[in-house]
Design a protein around this ligand. Structure first.
Ligand code: FAD
Length: 210
């Protein structure tokens, strides 16, 4: 969750929640701006008691309910129940819980969006028409405005302003997109991807050789 954009987080405004959860423009915890691991930190505090005798987890839950997050609070409870008793790692619940019907967090939204974009680039024409070029540019610019993780969107807007979409053919588009994804990878401290067409085709179109 690294961004160069300033963000409001629970640290200043929600003392009963783990610090660092990113808030949306209405001051609520933003589901698509945080990861499940971030939410799982709520469980970490479950044993600690505050001075008035209530557990910090129950205070957290009350706060979550006030922010339209009651479902998440319940889910966290279930995650805890289904995670291995021997594990003290709150993120281990990821393995146990089926989240296929949950709203996306920032990681699953990101993976799905990159999958759509790289696959679209892989099938983009080698000789696009003027209409193809302008429509795909519109799509990328629209994405940078409407991407639901707003601080990710702002960084992406800046990045594509500095590096306008290269869409004059399939290979240029694939490489350009790979570089944009690498900009985010770098920001998040993830390994950079090899942007050769051979490697991109293998990952996003052809699969490994037999
Ligand atoms: P992802 O980064 O989602 O990658 C999915 C797969 O793509 C990888 O497994 C790999 O096989 C392949 N891949 C990786 N790099 C490349 C590449 N350069 N070219 C081609 N294929 C590649 N998250 C934040 O926390 N902060 C942000 O500011 C942020 N900004 C984002 C902006 C956009 C436009 C998008 C779409 C997502 C953004 N995300 C951001 C989400 C983030 O990029 C990841 O999607 C998320 O962290 C999940 O990462 P992952 O490790 O599962 O793999």
């Amino acid at each position: 969750q690294v961004s160069s954009e300033p963000r409001r987080t629970t640290k200043e405004t929600h003392p009963h929640l783990p610090p660092g959860l990113i808030l949306d423009e209405n001051g609520k915890v933003c589901k698509v701006c945080n990861t499940w691991q971030d939410f799982a930190k709520i469980n970490k505090n479950k044993q600690t008691q505050s001075s008035d005798g209530t557990s910090s987890q129950s205070q957290s839950k009350t706060a979550l309910k006030g922010m339209g997050m009651a479902g998440f609070a319940n889910l966290l409870n279930n995650s805890q129940a289904s995670s291995s008793a021997s594990s003290s790692d709150p993120t281990s619940a990821r393995v146990e819980v089926d989240r296929s019907n949950c709203p996306p967090d920032t990681a699953s939204l990101g993976r799905s969006t990159w999958t759509f974009l790289h696959t679209t680039a892989s099938y983009y024409p080698s000789n696009p028409t003027e209409t193809h070029r302008s429509k795909i540019t519109n799509l990328l610019e629209s994405l940078s405005i409407f991407y639901p993780c707003s601080w990710c969107a702002k960084d992406f807007q800046k990045d594509i302003r500095q590096n306008p979409p290269e869409v004059k053919n399939r290979e240029d588009f694939m490489r350009w997109l790979c570089e944009r994804h690498n900009t985010v990878n770098k920001k998040l401290g993830k390994p950079l991807f090899d942007c050769s067409i051979k490697n991109l085709d293998k990952r996003w179109k052809d699969g490994p050789e037999d």
